[in-house]
Design a protein around this ligand. Structure first.
Ligand code: F6P
Length: 366
């Protein structure tokens, strides 16, 4: 019987539980044993009870739950070879040689490195007599499949990451609430949203709430943005608007890569336009709560395909990441997806903004 393990890693995202449920049930339906690794890579390194055989009924009710019920962690030990050696030993002792990881680009990069090192990790463990040669027999390759779980929607290779639409809904609900109180007092609000180095959440929430102005990392504002923003907001007020909403992505920066802080924007609106202005940092409310229907659907379809990808893999198949492109669930090479995501970040850091925007979609759209 094949033994397939699933884990969640990095920042939690709504829909991760749906992915775990789908992997466990699809694995069992295909005649395999399913295992959940608790607390992300921390659990993989610790082993023992952290790697639990999981049955069909154990994941009942998972679809509608927020966060990740099997836990997650940002793990330092797995970045070191000794940590990966322990992780390999723990998997072999349970007879597991297929790992489905739901996480962001950092977590998936770690998974692929683990796959590359796998033969040498096993050889070292046998040499150190921590495993016997018999234990490693038939487990010469580690199958890794990635599922992109992150609210940021910052990964190249997929149109949507698991969790991004739930987070977008939460931001829109919050901005709607803010707009109620803003219009009562004719106030301005500067709302900071998450997304790390990616402006997707900020851009989509600004469109969805009809915000007056927006700052995102990928498209820094023109040099005279202060004057430009004040002119636009003055126009909107003249048209009868009682509210002003400015959305600032947490990674927003100007053309010199200097952070645009919500407090600076607040001061400007207060001092230049005389608007009574408040700052709201939405913070981790954007990450919690029930997954929306789209994330339940996406995580279920992708979790099921991840199991198929494990069962269809040959030693030559590169590790795939399960994506959605133009409404179709597809598999893309994990390494290429991670590299392209890094390349976009590097291009932005070199201030080649137009090139970065083009890069983000180019490779996988073909
Ligand atoms: O990657 C998801 C995310 O929520 C980012 O949007 C944010 O920058 C970061 O994680 C916050 O991380 P932490 O929860 O560790 O503070």
């Amino acid at each position: 019987k094949r033994k397939i393990a699933v884990m969640t890693s990095g920042g939690d995202a709504p829909g991760m539980n749906g992915a775990v449920r789908a992997v466990v049930r699809m694995a069992i339906a295909k005649g395999c044993d399913a295992f959940c690794i608790h607390e992300g890579y921390d659990g993989l390194v610790k082993g023992g009870d952290m790697i639990k055989k999981t049955e069909w009924d154990d994941v009942r009710g998972y679809l509608a739950e927020g966060g990740t019920l099997i836990g997650t962690a940002r793990c330092a030990a797995f970045r070191e070879r000794w940590g990966r050696l322990k992780a390999a030993k723990n998997l072999i002792e349970k007879g597991i040689d297929a790992l489905i990881v739901c996480g962001g680009d950092g977590s998936l990069t770690g998974a692929d490195l683990f796959r590359k090192e796998w033969p040498s990790l096993l050889a070292e463990l046998v040499e150190k007599k921590e495993l016997t040669a018999e234990q490693t027999e038939g487990h010469g390759n580690l199958n890794i499949v990635g599922l992109v779980g992150s609210i940021d929607n910052d990964m190249c290779s997929t149109d949507a990451t698991i969790g991004c639409y739930s987070s977008l809904h939460r931001i829109c609900d919050s901005v709607d609430c803010i707009a109620d109180t803003a219009q009562s007092h004719q106030r301005a609000f500067v709302v900071e949203v998450m997304g790390r180095h990616c402006g997707w959440l900020a851009l989509m929430s600004a469109i969805s709430t009809g915000a007056d102005f927006l700052f995102i990392p990928e498209v820094p504002p023109a040099r005279d943005w202060k004057k430009g923003m004040c002119n636009i907001i003055t126009e909107h007020r003249k048209m009868g608007k009682r509210t002003t909403i400015v959305i600032v992505a947490e990674g927003a920066q100007d053309l010199d890569l200097k952070k645009i802080s919500p407090e600076d924007v607040r001061k400007l609106l207060a001092e230049e336009l005389g608007l009574d202005t408040r700052v709201t940092t939405l913070g981790h409310v954007q990450r919690g709560g029930q997954p929306c229907a789209y994330d339940r659907m996406l995580s279920t379809l992708q979790g099921a395909d991840a199991v198929n990808a494990v069962l269809e893999a040959t030693p030559e198949t590169p590790s795939p990441v399960i994506s959605i492109i133009e409404n179709k669930i597809v598999r893309n090479p994990l390494v290429q997806a991670v590299q392209l995501t890094q390349q976009v970040a590097d291009t932005i850091a070199r201030k080649e903004f137009d090139k970065a925007l083009h890069l983000r979609d180019s490779e996988f759209a073909e």
